[in-house]
Design a protein around this ligand. Sequence first.
Ligand SMILES: Cc1cc2nc3c(=O)[nH]c(=O)nc-3n(C[C@H](O)[C@H](O)[C@H](O)COP(=O)(O)OP(=O)(O)OC[C@H]3O[C@@H](n4cnc5c(N)ncnc54)[C@H](O)[C@@H]3O)c2cc1C
Length: 337
Amino acid sequence: MSFRATIQPSGHNFPIEEHETILEAAIKHGYILPYNCRDGVCGVCKGKIAEGRVDYGKYLASTLTDVEKAAGMALFCCAKPQSDLVIECREVNAVSDIPVRTMPCRVQKMDKLAEDVMVLQLRLPTNERLQFLAGQYISILLKDQKPRSFSLANAPHNDEFLELHVRLITGGAFTGHVFNEMKERDILRIRGPLGTFFLREDSDKPVIFVASGTGFAPIKAIIEHALHIDLKRTMHFYWGVHKLADFYMLEKAKQWESSGVKFTPVLSEPLPSDNWQGRIGLVHQAVLDDFRDLSEYEVYACGAPVMVEAARRDYTVQRGLPEDAFFSDMFTFTPKE
Ligand SMILES: Cc1cc2nc3c(=O)[nH]c(=O)nc-3n(C[C@H](O)[C@H](O)[C@H](O)COP(=O)(O)OP(=O)(O)OC[C@H]3O[C@@H](n4cnc5c(N)ncnc54)[C@H](O)[C@@H]3O)c2cc1C
């Protein structure tokens, strides 16, 4: 059975199914409420049911006392609707509303999907979840060294594990460790979420995503989030690598096409054995070739600094993209101490 929930004071409202928690339904429809564990333990998602009835679900008794329940409070990560609802809580409208946390995590899985790309799944401690916006990154904290940044490749609705796509850097201390010494079940310390590379959902402009190499990671998170909330904007995705084997998740990107994301893979140095019939050249140039006027678009670019810099310069100067419609994360190296 389907109901409607209204958030006060914002007045935002969204459909909610009988089997969904308030938090799940809110996130699904693009409204981020404060949360952490999603397991009825931490209490961060506690808010008021101003009107309507809920099934309170399973939660830790000390986190929501009977006195609080009598006063109309509920844990939105556990409570499911039994009628239309009016709830009172704050919405997370900006990254500044999301707490930055330091926590340990376990390496759950390591998959080497290309010669120089390792996909890591990190598991947080029991009852802990990291709240973040699709596209943000975390820092890996290292002993006696500066932290290393890696983008989260999963979207917030799918947060059982944190997914990282790590490219091996020749001479790189941390990525060398990942490829040569790290094992599943090792413990890492992370800090996050960080950054402002996330989809601006208050716009209805068509979107162009441009990624080079593992710049795919945050773009994957954003596209998965966009598809999850059924974003109605036109989406184009350009992904550039050197040779065919560097497309470490090609099938995933191709699958998005059936949901309406136009995907253009681009190789800069295809091997004869690749037998490549697709686009050849620099990925940012492929966008220039396809669009004469970008004045009504938003561009999200991520990956090698040289690609991101060229994209910003050429799209704004040559194609009329407004400066404030260009969003990027550059995969710079961590500066030396
Ligand atoms: C916001 C953000 C998000 C990012 N997300 C990702 C991601 O999702 N995936 C990804 O693959 N990368 C990502 N990066 C890039 C990643 O953080 C860097 O590649 C990182 O520095 C690699 O760490 P490392 O310890 O392996 O290399 P480092 O040890 O930092 O070495 C980097 C480079 O410096 C050279 N170097 C090392 N020591 C010295 C020295 N003493 N003097 C001179 N040169 C030296 C190395 O040879 C190497 O070329 C991101 C970067 C940023 C800023």
